[in-house]
Design a protein around this ligand. Structure first.
Ligand SMILES: [Zn+2]
Length: 306
């Protein structure tokens, strides 16, 4: 077995890593896809393309190797163990947001010594007439808190920093939350008393409206749809699905289908993507349901729906 390339500033911390793995596995049992994180809260595994010559194609895991950040996220226990084994310096884990089944949205509330940002969220709730539901709350070592909410499957919530209010960041599609039980250089992340047993609550509608992306200026893709699925973009998406391990199959198919619809290749790639997903062992009806869900999501995003 090859020795994993370890950044010199991150010595292995086996007890902490083992604990992080245990917490990560337990999150995965709840349907949350995870990746190992280092003490800096960044993905612990270095990109396998780190030393590639500049100009190499962007890879989101199509190469089959770990080290693609949130794209490595999985709920498969064997794969999680594999990722942590490759990153013995991991001290925490990240939970990917925006993925089925929970479509997790994280409200990251920073707490400044001079001003409680929790108050800012309460003010926002009063102004926009929503109540903050009882949900999982994770306390950060710096005194901040993460509220876990679930989004509807047909809406992509983007990441944002201080868009809602100063000091309130949103973790959505493509983002991740540091999971409870993680340790960073600043200390431990833990669930707020009385919230660990809760299921993430649905995001209030009024808050969803604030979190939704601004509408696209116009639907460029609709008037510029390509008729062939044989271009490299389409092939890359199919390879991405084919490279899925157990626990990643649905997630990868969903992402690939979203990207296909974003670039106008959705209808062309539906059959090849379904075929690729079946090749990885996903039942056909499940594959079709996932692709249909991605199609609804992307079509509902812009004003000029196809
Ligand atoms: Zn790669």
């Amino acid at each position: 077995m090859a020795t994993p390339a370890r950044p010199p500033d991150q010595p292995p911390d086996r007890p902490t890593s083992t604990l992080a793995l245990a917490h990560a596995l337990s999150a995965a049992e709840r349907g949350l896809a995870v990746i190992p994180l280092s003490r800096t809260k960044l993905p612990a595994l270095r990109s396998p393309h780190h030393d590639d010559p500049a100009g190499s194609p962007v890879c989101h895991g199509e190469c089959g190797r770990p080290g693609h950040g949130v794209y490595d996220a999985t709920t498969d226990p064997a794969h999680i163990r594999h990722l942590f084994a490759a990153a013995p310096w991991a001290t925490g884990y990240g939970i990917a947001c925006g993925l089925p089944p929970h479509h997790l949205v994280g409200i990251d509330i920073d707490t400044k010594p001079d001003r409680s940002t929790s108050t800012a969220l309460r003010e926002l709730a009063l102004r926009h007439l929503f109540t903050i539901p009882d949900t999982v709350v994770v306390l950060t070592p710096s005194g901040g808190r993460h509220l876990w909410l679930t989004g509807p499957p047909d809406l992509v919530i983007p990441n944002s920093a201080s868009r809602l209010a100063p000091g309130i960041d949103v973790r959505g599609a493509g983002g991740y939350l540091v999971g409870p039980g993680s340790r960073s250089a600043h200390g431990a992340y833990r669930t707020a008393p009385g919230t660990a047993h809760l299921a993430p609550a649905p995001c209030p509608r009024a808050l969803l409206r604030l979190l939704a992306p601004p509408p696209a200026p116009h639907d460029r893709e609709a008037g510029n749809r390509r008729s062939s699925g044989s271009d490299s973009g389409g092939q890359g998406l199919i390879q991405f699905v084919l490279a899925a391990r157990e626990g990643q199959r649905n997630t990868r198919l969903f992402w690939a289908a979203c990207r296909a619809y974003e670039t106008g290749l959705g209808p062309t790639l539906t059959e090849p993507l379904t075929h690729a997903a079946r090749h990885t062992g996903l039942p056909e009806h499940e594959a079709r349901a996932t692709i249909a869900s991605a199609a609804r999501l992307i079509r509902g995003r812009g004003p000029a729906s196809i």
